[in-house]
Design a binder for this molecule. Structure first.
Ligand code: SF4
Length: 356
């Protein structure tokens, strides 16, 4: 029906106006789509059975909601996916320089600015309101990493990109973007998928500092630095600590080496670095007390990990760095921290530096 094709074209125009880099539409009522979604869910279930999700129990919950979108929102026929770029600077060289300086803290570039959940959802809500102004009231729900949604699979199906061997969504414009979705009951026409363009490349597998990408399209989260520094609350296995280097919140290495990210473009202004986090030293960040942490990270995704995990991560990074007086002083100030986890990592770091 012409009307729905016109609306789909208009959604693309609005998406560009709202700053989205890509938009795509998946129809849930086709046999091909159902087969593809089932295959993705089976792959996910095997991954869970292998315990590769570590302690991320929330991933194992609500599998029905993930597998059947209509159980998350009754009547859902269509998923509109959108991608919002977040990279804070042109190209990847300054990120590579930060990783190479052991006195500096490396924070995954997606987390330098505002929390993406709200930013993406707000823009998608505006998109949904514009649709509503044309078609009248319709049933919809907006998500951005906020519910069990097969977001990469939908974005693969509707041509926003393909799944890279590092498991993230990737397009010819790179992988530095957040995904969000609108589930809705509108019979919009599906967007075609695009071919994968990883070819024989294996750079991301070889670049992973902890060999967490155990095979193409297979990640063992328990080894992944993003998991260890963000999701995991306990004592980081000693064998993995040296490979963490100066990465105190997340890791971008598999994406930094990807040829499709070589000319990374600057993303939405909300994701610009705050509190000079992109240039901060480890010593300076270790000095923040809990009140500083909570105040400075209001509206940041980093706040979620809490001050103790933050200190734990910085202790590991300091222990991996040079044995300077400043580093030892910063660590010594935390040897009596009330958290046993923090004390354990601080002790490890001091012993490491004393050996250097
Ligand atoms: S580094 Fe190579 S294999 Fe990995 S996602 Fe990029 S193109 Fe694909």
């Amino acid at each position: 029906m012409r009307h729905w094709q016109d609306l789909a074209a208009q959604i693309e125009v609005w998406s560009v106006e709202l700053g989205f880099a890509h938009v795509g539409i998946t129809r849930l009522d086709s046999a091909n789509q159902e087969t593809a979604l089932n295959a993705a869910n089976t792959h996910f279930a095997v991954w869970l059975a292998q315990k590769r999700h570590g302690e991320m129990d929330y991933m194992a919950r609500n599998q029905d909601l993930r597998a059947k979108p209509e159980t998350l929102l009754a009547g859902t026929r269509t998923v509109i996916s959108a991608a919002l770029d977040y990279w804070p600077e042109p190209g990847v060289m300054s990120a590579i320089s930060a990783l190479a300086d052991p006195t500096r803290a490396y924070v995954s570039r997606y987390a330098l600015g505002r929390d993406y959940h709200k930013v993406v959802r707000k823009r998608l809500q505006t998109l949904a309101s514009r649709i509503e102004a044309v078609v009248g009231a319709f049933s919809y729900r907006v998500f951005s990493d906020s519910a069990p949604v097969m977001e990469v699979e939908f974005a693969r199906q509707n041509g926003i990109g393909w799944r890279g061997k590092h498991t993230l969504l990737l397009s010819r414009q790179g992988s530095f973007n957040f995904l969000g979705e609108i589930y809705c009951d509108l019979p919009l026409p599906a967007s075609p998928p695009q071919a994968a363009h990883c070819g024989s490349c294996t750079k991301c597998l070889r670049a992973c500092p902890t060999q967490a990408i155990v095979a193409p399209y297979e990640i063992d989260a328990r080894r992944c630095i993003s998991y260890l520094t963000i999701e995991f609350a306990g004592v980081i296995p000693e064998a993995l600590r040296p490979a963490i280097g100066n990465r105190i919140y997340g890791c971008d290495d598999c994406q930094l080496v990807c040829p499709w990210n070589r000319d990374a473009r600057v993303g939405a202004p909300e994701f610009a670095p705050r509190h000079a986090l992109d240039t901060a030293s480890l010593v300076e960040l270790m000095a923040w007390d809990e009140a500083d942490f909570l105040e400075r990270f209001a509206g940041s995704p980093i706040r979620r990990i809490g001050h103790q995990r933050w200190l734990r991560n910085i202790a590991v990074a300091l222990g991996n760095g040079k044995a300077s007086r400043d580093a030892l002083t910063a660590l010594s100030a935390r040897v009596e921290h009330p958290s046993a986890v923090v004390r354990e990592h601080v002790g490890w770091a001091i012993r490491n530096l004393e050996k250097k």
